[in-house]
Write a protein of this length. Structure first.
Length: 225
């Protein structure tokens, strides 16, 4: 799996480095936090980007349980708890709060990676085929777009263009790249057709149209801030 971002939360720098080194071999992007407060700060800033959290229980400032409670109030992001405790009661408590997996320290980094991959595959497979980005909801199965609960009428090409931008949010996409991926490689038309479609999409999604940024000299980028 590519384009997967994992947040490692542990107060031990050595532990974070070990985990990071093994996960980066699998091409995962890594974010790090040294305590619970920093973890919440990073999560609140980059919630849309984070696909899984490895969360230590015993930490200064804010422990893992508190971080877990806070995140579960607004997100179902997969969370694996890292704990030196192996008591059944602690694990049951964690599952009640919404933990997806437990790994007790000390552990084999290879086993940790295997658990991470298994959980990601399971959650991505079970994930509903909908994307909610800044109030724009894309239903992949129904091929529909809603904005703040209102269904937006779009042509198939408008839908595919918006979805492509959302799937690559934060990335500046050239007009040629958009043509190749949305109109397919056999399209030989004028790239200005993209500008026309972007204009229509912006109009249809109203205030959310500001998320589609024009990148001068390149093309377009979808970015929610």
């Amino acid at each position: 799996m590519t384009n997967i971002t994992i947040l490692i939360v542990d107060d031990e720098a050595r532990m974070r480095k070990i985990i990071k080194d093994f996960l980066q071999v699998k091409n995962y992007e890594i974010l790090e936090a040294k305590d619970g407060e920093e973890a919440l700060e990073i999560f609140n800033q980059k919630e849309e980007k984070i696909d899984l959290i490895l969360l230590d229980v015993m930490m200064p400032k804010l422990d893992g349980w508190s971080v877990l409670r806070n995140i579960r109030q607004k997100s179902k992001v997969p969370i694996i708890m890292l704990t030196a405790r192996g008591e059944e009661q602690d694990e049951l408590f964690g599952f009640e709060l919404g933990v997806d997996e437990y790994i007790s320290k000390p552990f084999s980094p290879k086993i940790l990676v295997a658990r991470v991959e298994a959980l990601l595959k399971r959650t991505i497979k079970e994930e509903k085929q909908t994307k909610d980005v800044g109030g724009i909801i894309i239903d992949v199965d129904g091929r529909t777009v809603s904005v703040d609960g209102k269904l937006i009428e779009m042509s198939l090409r408008e839908y595919e263009l918006l979805k492509y931008l959302v799937d690559n949010q934060g990335i500046a996409l050239s007009r040629d790249k958009i043509l190749n991926n949305v109109w397919n490689y056999d399209y030989y038309g004028d790239s200005r057709t993209i500008d026309s479609h972007i204009k229509k999409i912006r109009h249809k999604i109203g205030k959310k149209g500001k998320y589609i940024k024009t990148v001068r000299g390149i093309g377009y980028k979808f970015e929610v801030k």
